[in-house]
Write a protein that binds this ligand. Sequence first.
Ligand code: NAD
Ligand code: MG
Length: 389
Amino acid sequence: MNETLHIKRIAIYGSTGSIGTQTLDVIKAHPDKFSAEVLTAQNNAELLIEQALQFNPNIVVIGDEKKYNEVKQALAATDVKVFAGEKALEEVACMDCYDLMLAAIVGYAGLRPTLKAIEHGKAIGLANKETLVVAGDIVMQKAVEYRVPIIPVDSEHSAIFQCLVGETRNRIEKIILTASGGPFLGRKPNYLVNVKREHALQHPNWSMGAKITIDSATLMNKGLEMIEAKWLFNLEPDQIQVLVHPQSIIHSMVQFEDGSIKAQMGLPDMKLPIQYALSFPQRIPSDFPRFDFKKINTLTFEEADLKTFRNLALAMEALEKGGNLPCIMNAANEIAVFAFLRNRLGFLEMTDVIEKVMNRVPFIEKPTLQEYFESDGEARTMAADIVQL
Ligand code: NAD
Ligand code: MG
């Protein structure tokens, strides 16, 4: 058989980000198994060009159309095709030149290209949790309709996914999503009120993009992950528990009907869930550092402080109520984080903005895709008005 048939062709949406660059590291370590065929970036033309020269993909897309000429010229001597703009991200997602989309764009912007990929029968390695938070019912329905696997990359969900291998017929009693607690674990509102972006951008265990790092500091990330888990694993809200585990060694757990609990463990390193999503259903070797039980001999657990980290409580409300509320919350959160990163909003004020928007945008119990798009737009405009962006 032709060897190239075994090479999985990967489209990395968001190749210049934290997940995107680590995905390229995994591909580079396994040139006999994977190739990077599509690379996309929003603004970072310089890194996109560098990646294209190194990996020689079929296509690159630069989101910011003003940067098209720069990318095109830099790649003129290669046969890499260059496209630009939001529409191109969707068009390329429909093309035949790849097998699996590693969805690593941050935020709502990842939704449309991912939907297109599903509609064209592509497997999805899903890092972009916002896709499921915004329109999880529609995304999962389409995945069933087009028989597309959605393989989670988020470490907690990858952990649960791994625990569920071989358990298809067995009912899940509950899942336990672990949370590091972020940089402000144990802090109270009187401290958080003065927190600036520089503090919030320091995560103790993970090095990630700016948006998810802030979400981890406010615990909104864990709220988004509860909603992501509901859709990925078809769970009721009361089957999803959050547990703070500051060492981030147990990545999450599943408890079955007989009381047995399975956990997936390892050092915190996103390359592992990324590689698993690319190689699934197989495991392939890696040289990632190994966890040594003798070095870290204490694993601790505590409850999340919902009174201090109110974003998590808001997300639980959105999870419980469903409809377009998670979509509204997500949009307001994206604006609030954007404003906080520009020093336009205080750390605790982010929650106030999200709460106001959740209370004001009309609730729709069973939205269509179009209604999700509209709810997102409405919530964004309202949040931007409140913070006077
Ligand atoms: P990042 O900010 O480092 O990278 C984001 C990527 O998306 C970049 O390549 C950027 O060019 C692109 N992008 C940004 N805005 C865009 C837009 N409007 N249109 C098109 N492309 C755009 O983010 P990240 O930390 O790599 O996170 C990516 C996604 O993965 C997020 O949804 C995040 O929640 C999820 N995730 C990340 C981690 C992590 O360790 N970084 C872990 C779990 C889940
Ligand atoms: Mg996670």
